[in-house]
Design a binder for this molecule. Sequence first.
Ligand SMILES: Nc1ncnc2c1ncn2[C@@H]1O[C@H](COP(=O)(O)OP(=O)(O)OP(=O)(O)O)[C@@H](O)[C@H]1O
Length: 677
Amino acid sequence: MEMDQNSGVIALKGIGEKSQRLFEKLGIYTVGDLLRYYPRGYDVYEEAVPVSEVEEDHVCTVTGAIFGRIQISGSNRMQVTTLYLKDLTGTLKVIWFRMPFLRNTLGKGGVITLRGRIRNRKGTLVMEHPEIFYPSAQYELKKNTLQPLYPLTSGITNNAVTKAVHQAMEVAPPRQDTLPETLRERYHLVGYEDAVRGIHFPTDKKSFYVARERLVFEEFLDFILGLRQLKESNEVAENHFVFLEKPQMDVFQKKLPYELTGAQKKVWQQIRQDMNGTRTMSRLIQGDVGSGKTIIAVLALMHAGLNGYQGALMAPTEVLAKQHYESIGRMFAQYGVPLKTVLLTGSMTAKEKRLVYEEIESGVASVVIGTHALIQEKVIYHNLALVVTDEQHRFGVKQREKLSQKGEMPHVIVMSATPIPRTLAIILYGDLDISVIDELPANRLPIKNCVVDTGYRRTAYDFMKRQVAEGRQCYVICPMVEESENMEAENVIDYTDRLREELGSGICVDYLHGKMKQSQKDDIMERFGAGEIKILVSTTVIEVGIDVPNATVMLIENAERFGLAQLHQLRGRVGRGKHQSYCIFMSASKSKETRERLEILNHSNDGFFIAGEDLKLRGPGDLFGIRQSGLMDFRLGDVYQDAKILQQANEAADYMLKVMPDKIAGRLMKENNLRVL
Ligand SMILES: Nc1ncnc2c1ncn2[C@@H]1O[C@H](COP(=O)(O)OP(=O)(O)OP(=O)(O)O)[C@@H](O)[C@H]1O
């Protein structure tokens, strides 16, 4: 049977119905999907290093002579085979678990190559459970190759995915190039088939870079073309709402416990003009953490409500939606704003939801706050004139379509706390007008930072104790353990136990992680917000938007595992009130690069500056590392890392629009287009 990109994966040899279902779980239905399922990283088979140079926690390759006798110890169930490998620089202890037969296979001695992770066992560096190349020459075949590592789901191995991709590449290579030749030549990009081959099975680092570059370019290009199309539709969308200036708006602002900053006033003015203007608003509000974006959204929602329209605020998480719902409700009650606010989230019971649906449909509710549930079919709005959303859940084509099908074409405000350099913002938010809140409220004291190693932990705990004694609260962030979400939870729980022990029973310590039930999360956040919980141990779930101004200490464990932008976001959870705040970046890493990165944060609290420095620090060498920005969920591209490619793609989009507009329509139809919007 002839196979092509649209054939189901079941057409491949070795894939039966059971594996087919597993592939479907990964979102892979066709051979084409499989080829677009890119590795999340690579195992690099580096040159062997001398025994004296192996590093703790690194995967290393060593070559040497088998020294002395191979020993077997331990119980029957957990037999440990121990070998000593010797080269000119030293001797390394190597162990395997449950592989006693190795004594026979390796018993002849001679030269061997081993590749495995180095652990520190009671002060001795030991290589654990390595891959064996015996005789040593076998390693030559693998040396310098990169083996793909795919994101997996339980029941499917990396080997199975690798094999399937291999086969697909052979029987149905993607022959048709998806980029016009002029663009390929102009930007020196490899052909599509080579790129797909290179991303799955790079022969060396260079072939990986060129493959990736081409695919990232295309991903960005499609994204930008989509934005241009959105911009066009924004430009023609007429504002059919009528807004009048309401005196309550000024009264409300005067009653606030603070005066708006100059930057907040400027941005509010821009929004008001837009809402009262002739076109439908599509505006991005960019502001550093804690710059006071929420109040701007509140003003806009009030403006809609007081004019008899509905406004919706869509938050990225339930915790945040609830926080907004409570703080806005409180504000309205306190300052006499006669607008009904409702909350709608996925975890509410059917009965609760029904009630809210009714209040929305009848127009009783003026301000609707919630998560993604807000754009579900069942919600029928009553004159929806404004949607405020955040950058992660940007209001894309699909959402707009959904709402316009309901007869609404609301004004849209997108809020972003990611201070990206202006040149990039203009490209990434090409469909939106941009407002920047470039000033922090005047009552803020700059956060004091320090970068320390784990030896400082005790001192940090003592410091937190003192802060708690003064009535303040603290956050501790534990790293997310990649791949295993259950472990993520365990980490936080274990850490909390240890911290409770260290600090004694007088201080209430609790934890928060992504796997908890919604009601538990709400409960924890409520108790932290009320000041009952003094120290909150958490994963990065608290990263976005949590606002507890009484919290003054942020301790980030394993700071090296996070990107700069993310660290800045985390730090932004403190320094939100009038008290002096502190951020402690803790890291055991000795790497010079990590230190340099963390020093940037140590010396600056300015998100825009940090983003700029972050950009400067990067080189292609970082590509195997963590994705730094977490901004917009591109399949391969990273807007910081690939800033140059982003700029080129932007230029290419201009060129296509001018020279080959006929080639664009086809691209916009592509299924993955604007996936990230
Ligand atoms: N002009 C102001 N003067 C003093 N305090 C302000 C001012 N504007 C907002 N605030 C307060 O500052 C805190 C942070 O504001 P807000 O939650 O809106 O920040 P944000 O910009 O959304 O930040 P993030 O992106 O970190 O969530 C809030 O407690 C808010 O009440």
